[in-house]
Design a binder for this molecule. Structure first.
Ligand code: GLY
Length: 161
């Protein structure tokens, strides 16, 4: 029970209906980061969630502060509007965030890489979906209309351990 409680927080869910309309929701972090006065990225449209019904939907989990600084979910949808697949768009948003985090050395590990986790999930107008994580080793859940599947998520950096 303890490891379950310490492993999960924010949930994002993006969806497309049978008419091709897109939607999305991102919860607040729940268990984590209950710091008085803190506003995470979840309630900020463009950061924790962004939906453009002409293009796609995207949302995020992970370190909200890094995401807010970069309007991450908006970036993902913007990359999809330029023709990138949902997975590619998520990776490109993470690349941008990793690059910008170099301005904040306290967020970097000894190799100069982000020492925080951040994940994006996206679906486009065609119903194609994908996700990406800053670091390897994570999964994301997909329901394709027939069944639920847990899929390995793409990542920017491979964890060494
Ligand atoms: N991503 C959720 C939060 O940072 O609050």
């Amino acid at each position: 029970m303890e490891s379950y409680l310490s492993s999960y927080g924010t949930i994002n869910c993006c969806a497309i209906d049978s008419s091709g309309n897109l939607g999305g929701v991102t919860t607040t972090s729940g268990f984590f980061f209950k710091i008085p006065g803190r506003v995470g990225d979840s309630p900020i449209i463009g950061a924790g969630l962004y939906v453009d019904n002409d293009v796609g939907a995207a949302g995020s989990t992970g370190r909200g502060e890094a995401n807010i600084l970069n309007c991450g979910s908006f970036q993902v949808v913007n990359f999809m509007s330029r023709g990138f697949s949902p997975e590619e768009a998520c990776l490109k948003a993470l690349e941008r965030i990793a690059e910008k985090s170099k301005l904040l050395p306290h967020l970097l590990n000894e190799k100069g890489l982000p020492r925080f986790g951040l994940n994006f999930y996206a679906v486009n107008k065609k119903g194609e979906y994908g996700g990406a994580s800053m670091w390897s080793g994570r999964n994301f859940a997909v329901h394709d209309g027939k069944e639920n599947k847990l899929r390995p998520i793409a990542y920017l950096y491979k964890r060494e351990r």
